[in-house]
Design a protein around this ligand. Structure first.
Ligand SMILES: [Zn+2]
Length: 217
């Protein structure tokens, strides 16, 4: 069983990489991971700049949000991460960003259809967008769950994006790929009117990517 310190390193890396990849600025956004065996979540502390963030700064909480370890307060988005962990047993890592291109679609309340094979690969039929919700209680968590598909990302209108995966690294990959495809689609929409791939075509790309792509584990 991986140790909590291993997960701490993974969650710290995910936070560092969303900053390095330009998906977040200063201290906005956050990445978390869960240790299911121990029932513990590690998340970025609230308002701490990424460029000074150390692994030891991450906050450890239980699934009810009670702090178990750490000198800082956890991210204010902790309840949304916890909601996903409580309701989606397959999720092991969650990332929240306001990355520019993905959030441009979110601002307009627009889902991103499977315009590109790269979208079909990672996200299947496209990236859904939930209508605007406020930051109270479980509203964000509920909106994400209501609009969640097999895609590892949901846009939130007027707000940003949540991505998730089996591990913090998977959630990071989804966050980076989301912004990459959103940028391409944004540019194409400036040039003309792209057509989404037919559902049958999108399925072929998704199936190949989720069966034979990459190296054996
Ligand atoms: Zn936000």
């Amino acid at each position: 069983m991986p140790t909590l310190e291993h997960l701490r390193r993974e969650v710290w890396k995910a936070n560092r990489e969303i900053f390095r990849s330009g998906l977040v600025t200063v201290h906005a956004g956050n990445a978390s991971g869960i240790d299911r065996k121990r029932g513990l979540v590690l998340i970025k502390p609230s308002g701490v700049d990424y460029d000074s963030l150390r692994p030891a700064d991450l906050v450890v909480t239980d699934l009810d949000g009670r702090k178990v370890k750490g000198r800082y307060k956890p991210s204010v988005d902790l309840p949304h991460h916890l909601y996903l962990y409580r309701h989606c047993p397959e999720v092991g890592g969650v990332i929240h960003t306001h990355s520019n291109y993905a959030t441009a679609f979110a601002l307009l309340g627009r889902a991103i259809p499977a315009y590109l094979t790269a979208i079909a690969d990672e996200f299947g039929d496209g990236i859904p967008c939930a209508p605007y919700v406020d930051n109270q209680g479980d509203h964000i968590g509920e909106a994400i769950l209501k609009h969640k598909t097999r895609a590892p990302a949901v846009l939130l209108a007027h707000h940003g994006a949540f991505t998730f995966g089996e591990t913090p690294r998977d959630a990071l990959k989804a966050a980076v790929m989301l912004e990459d495809v959103a940028k391409t689609c944004f540019l194409a929409l400036l040039l003309g009117k792209p057509e989404p791939l037919a559902a049958e075509e999108a399925r072929k790309w998704y199936d190949r990517y989720h069966s034979t792509y990459g190296q054996e584990k």
